[in-house]
Design a protein around this ligand. Structure first.
Ligand SMILES: [Zn+2]
Length: 214
């Protein structure tokens, strides 16, 4: 093997640590999340397809990522604790957890949740939220800060890195569901693009390597 081959052959390079963890919400045993108004599709099944699509887009863009679609632990708190240890071990720079919303039939729109003290998470949430609204023209409920009392807060708070929860639509709303039900790939591309916007911005500020929660 020539020196040139040594330096240019990707197989010789150590594998890059994933930059983004794409976590599929409700990945704990016996928890599939809310069911959409087709009375069939649950959050976990829908979002596993979205996660695959995000990963493909990021692979194409040269941004390493990892999908987490199985959580260990007997309850929500335990699984979030285990997940935070796993994500720290993977040395990811950021994490997103995929969900969809469910409420009264009239509630609709997209929102993205972040821990209220984390400025980087707020930036990441805004990048993802803006991109989804731009792609789908869905009602903009905004990037929303969450505190310890909020549902899902442990994912936002216990992770070592910037972390957000995406709720791009209400599965319980007929119009939202119509818009998103077959759009795993479009949603995946949109979220990947939103993440790349955040990533490029952070890289320019050369802050992404610090790997500390801010
Ligand atoms: Zn959920």
């Amino acid at each position: 093997m020539s020196c040139r081959a040594w330096f240019t052959d990707d197989a010789q390079l150590p594998p890059a640590a994933p930059v983004l963890a794409i976590c599929v919400g409700h990945s704990r045993y016996n928890d599939m999340g809310a069911v959409a108004c087709d009375e069939e599709t649950n959050e976990w099944t829908y979002n596993l397809q979205v996660a695959k699509s995000i990963k493909e887009e990021l692979d194409d863009a040269g941004v390493p990522s990892v999908i987490v679609h199985e959580y260990t632990g007997n309850n929500y708190s335990e699984s979030m604790k285990n997940l935070s240890v796993e994500l720290r071990g993977l040395k990811v720079d950021a994490a997103i957890e995929l969900h969809f919303n469910a409420a009264t039939p009239a509630a609709h729109g997209s929102e993205t949740l972040y821990w209220y003290k984390s400025k980087k998470s707020a930036k990441l949430a805004k990048c993802l939220q803006d991109q989804v609204v731009k792609t789908f023209g869905v009602k903009d409920r905004g990037a929303k800060p969450k505190t310890a009392k909020s549902r899902g807060a442990k994912f936002l708070r216990e992770t070592h890195c910037p972390a957000v929860i995406t709720e791009p639509f209400f599965g319980s709303n007929a119009e939202d569901w119509e818009m998103f039900k077959d759009s795993f790939d479009t949603l995946g591309s949109s979220l990947a693009e939103g993440f790349i916007n955040y990533y490029n911005n952070e890289k320019t500020g050369s802050q992404l390597t610090q790997r500390t929660q801010v």
